[in-house]
Design a protein around this ligand. Sequence first.
Ligand SMILES: *Cc1c(COP(=O)(O)O)cnc(C)c1O
Length: 410
Amino acid sequence: MKKTGFTTTALNVPYAKQDPHKALQMPLYESVAYEFDSAEQIEANFKGDYIAHVYSRTTSPTVEYFELKLKALTQSRGVIALSSGMAAISNTILALTKAGDNIISGNRLFGHSYALLQTTLSEFGLETRFSDLSSETEIEQLIDKNTRAIYFETVTNPQLDIADIEMLARVAKKHNLVLVADSTITPPNVFNAGKFGINIEVMSTTKYISGGATSFGGAIVDHGNYDWKLNPNTASYTEKFNDNAFLAKVRKNIYRNTGGSMAPQTARFQIQGLDILELRVEKCYQNCLALGEYLNSNPKVKKVSYPGLENDDRYPLAKKYFNGVPGTIMSFELESKDVCYSFMNKLQIIRRATNLNDNKTLIIHPHSTIYAEFTEVERIAAGINNRMMRLSVGIENVADLIADISEALK
Ligand SMILES: *Cc1c(COP(=O)(O)O)cnc(C)c1O
């Protein structure tokens, strides 16, 4: 097919098999198992000679269509859809490592990703070496013969730091490491991970891709730019599966055996979410720009942080990697914690909630919530103070958002 724009592509990805009714929406297949015509056919399937769905914990038609759609939209080798963002991250790390190995990771991570590496997986013998990933020399000093991957988030939350992706790709390539990015904040219509040397992209599709906080999901995207013979934990899979070694290891080992598949009903929501993703991101981005301008002009607001604003010192990186759209999360500061609380309690349209990239605009005070279990020293190191609020900007009429904020600031 001719290369088309993001939404045109999303709306025109063919089904794996033609629908008998020519349904324009992918039907929801809620079935655990699938029948075969003969004993010979089922034998051929188990041998790998006849491809068909067998049991929905491994593959199923509606989930497969979501995977095909995301594959087309990320221009990747293949996609695996999972039950949550955390399932995508844990399946990826489990496929790339074994006990005694280590990975290098950014130290400003989504809280549960940090806990997965620091607590859960360390108890199974995987060491994570945390770094702020700003110094090439420091990263190289952390690498040894048991290092398998570099893991980072494209834009950290709520600090909104943008990773030096070019440098990370250079170091990873030089040392044959797999470069894994969590790109949840920067969806595939603004960020082409494969183009910047990322090998495996993981995302929480719960956020933007679900179409507005409809369902939990995650995705693993293989960009087809890593030689799987170079990782001792995937090398044996190359004999049978060649370039698909990583995807095969995840599907036929980690994913199947830990039971992290996406539910068909979820896939149905998320297929629709992909169709309207570009529209929603564009609207949220325009709202971010307008809100940024308004907040910057209000004397009660001490500091506004959004790398999509031209006066932000991270704007050049936002431009280089994300076409100027570094996601649609922003933060701003008021006089004190008490002033923040009073402001939040007066809001009528903006919702007090912890999620990201809903259609609704959401606000949270990270210091007292997401960072509640941190010591003050750790919070300062993470760049979190008690005057700051995070805003996940939605698709409401921007005049209504500005009026809501302006009333609450009075
Ligand atoms: C939400 C989130 C996750 C976890 O995703 P779930 O779908 O909640 O499991 C991981 N990384 C980032 C950056 C997130 O925002």
